[in-house]
Design a protein around this ligand. Sequence first.
Ligand code: MN
Length: 231
Amino acid sequence: MTAFAIPAPAQPSVAIAGSDRRFPVRRIFCVGRNYAAHARELGNDERDPPFFFTKPADAVADSGSTIPYPPLTKNLHHEIELVVAIGKAGFRLTSEAALSHIWGYGVGVDLTRRDLQEVAKKAARPWDWSKAFDRSAPCGPVVPAEETGHPASGRIWLAVNGTVKQDGDLAELIWPVADIVAICSEAVELRPGDMIFTGTPAGVGPLAAGDTVTGGVDGIGSIEIAIGAPR
Ligand code: MN
């Protein structure tokens, strides 16, 4: 057994619906724009090919968590997303093969420091500081694909303090799940525990300390988080 000089970090993980077992998280990939209406609201051409950014595996947080309002921002945004959980390694997958590499699905929120992202875009700098901060990837319980099948449609929504802010449908995905997994696997070998946040529908907006955020994808599951006071 390897002897470490400091205690080895805990394995990040997310809950599995209806199980005491948890899904171990290896990496988190996120698709930048994947719903036409959201791409338009941010001023982009909806026909662009997909692009990816990443978050640390330990950015995950369970449904039910209170997430402190993060530092360095005055414009924290919510982005509700279908999350793909990879269960089997795959490299240069075809879209036809990709679905068999998916272990399950969850509902996540891609928390975003939008003001830092605007600065990064203008300066052609990386998005890390706007996207990859602590607890920036809350994710509700993952449900096995063998129970849900692979969703091609279904309502995806998010509410802040009970008021619906985002309300879309998976059928509006510019690049469907199978294509996203296949395209991601052209850049890296996907491995078990990798997760892919598949993009958000229109209606992104600000969050404040004290807000309660609820969201879901029909047929998949739901998530609820609270935004707490800054640390
Ligand atoms: Mn996103």
